[in-house]
Design a protein around this ligand. Structure first.
Ligand code: SF4
Length: 138
């Protein structure tokens, strides 16, 4: 599998050698692709947290939380069903990382020393603008 892309994102939660993937579960029973996403979710009530800000600026995840608020909750879904959710195999996966709109968290955290360049690119697309949407997140 090609692990380099135009956004220079290399996922720390995907072991290319044996093609395995790690998952992170927050105390409220939500499954995330890694600790960066889990931390962002855990800190969602902290108005100044940049990790959460990036999660809320992720339009794909944000729309998912609006249309299906329990999409990654083990309280309502089986683990297998959650980890097979298409968002984990499109948006937060190589097709998403190579796209024009990769997850902001991935751009910041796993972009091979290109973080500032990528954040600038993200800002130019309208990211990092505000947290007015956070009040709708449970
Ligand atoms: S932030 Fe994205 S690229 Fe980095 S480990 Fe998490 S899912 Fe993988």
């Amino acid at each position: 599998m090609n692990t380099t892309n135009s956004n220079c994102i290399t996922c720390n939660a995907h072991q290319v050698k044996d093609d395995t993937r790690e998952w992170e579960i927050t105390p409220d029973g939500r499954v995330w692709p890694c600790c960066f996403f889990a931390n962002a979710w855990d800190k969602r009530r902290n108005n100044n947290d940049n990790e959460t800000k990036r999660l809320m600026e992720d339009k794909v995840i944000w729309n998912l939380l609006q249309t299906d608020p329990e999409w990654n909750s083990l309280n309502t879904h089986e683990l297998d069903d959650i980890v097979n959710h298409k968002v984990f195999w499109t948006h937060i996966w190589y097709t998403g990382w190579e796209s024009d709109n990769p997850p902001p968290i991935c751009l910041k955290e796993c972009s091979n020393n290109k973080a500032q360049l990528n954040i600038k690119k993200h800002n130019n697309r309208g990211g990092e603008n505000g947290l007015e949407t956070r009040e709708y997140v449970r």
